[in-house]
Design a protein around this ligand. Sequence first.
Ligand code: AMP
Ligand code: MG
Length: 342
Amino acid sequence: METKLYNISSADDACQLAEVASILRSGGLVGIPTETVYGLAANALDAQAVRKIFIAKGRPQDNPLIVHISSIEELYALAEEIPEKALFLANAFWPGPLTMVLKKSPAVPDEVTCSLPSVAVRMPSHKIANAIIKAAGLPLAAPSANLSGKPSPTTAAHVMHDMNGKIEAVVDGGECEVGVESTVITLCTEPPVLLRPGAVTLRQLKEVIGDVAADPSIFSKPGAELKPSSPGMKYKHYSPDAEVIIVKGELPAFEALARAAGEDAAVLCFDGEEKLFPGMTVFSFGAEDDVSAQAHRLFSILRRADELKVKRLFVRYPGTDGVGMAVYNRLLRAAAFRVVEV
Ligand code: AMP
Ligand code: MG
């Protein structure tokens, strides 16, 4: 199959949007930009189309998808029960990078939820994503548009790299602003539980609805005794080919460790630290206190490390405050939970 690339820079581009909408309405797959990462979209109400997402990504059959909507009315068709807290959260953070897990309505095919009784729903703020959902007139099931296990795509080129020839189209809407996937919270429990950290932080959630618990699998390796409530958290994720090692400690100790590792090792450090590693491949993911920049750059750096055939990547520990919780959660999985303290 030839994957058609659309370059859509404005939500007013009715002609191209209509073409993309028609692909989705006829059961095709389209890589679409959102403010978090690129999504691999299909008609969420078409079980056959949704099955194709799992095939294109090589996604495990028990990892459910997020359904993307463009208006609050659509939520009522997807969820059976909408607690008051969900409406407060929608009011505060939609459109935006927050996914809510709610009791599902029978209208949602089991293929979307992997037969769970709940459904995950999000209203993206990206103008092009919103325009595509509106033009299609459908809720869109869309996991991240990467091959399963690879870093999520934050540019159309990343999507093409993983999906060229496997899906009908990719819409280039520029670089994703946030850079990590949405915050996921379940409202099926009391208190609600944060399942995956993202740009909407735990503190922001608590400010709106009070008590929110954090799933233990956010920072811990799932195992026999720890079963994550969000199926996606149990898989190895976001991994570049390189061995990733997170290093906790002061800069001089980090510097000594990384430099001793030799020239085929690379470094992911904070802005301004690059000059400490002459002769090595060095990436910088933002100022030490700029967690939003770190989130924005993380996945494209992991992909760039693969292009450069980096064997080992030593990463400065980013901290876990605010959006840092999301950055560290993704890094831990990229590193297969390898953390060394120096
Ligand atoms: P992705 O869209 O690739 O970022 O993955 C979607 C994430 O949402 C995965 O971690 C899923 O496990 C999670 N998810 C989707 N639906 C549900 C659900 N019904 N209950 C819990 N987690 C969900
Ligand atoms: Mg994903």
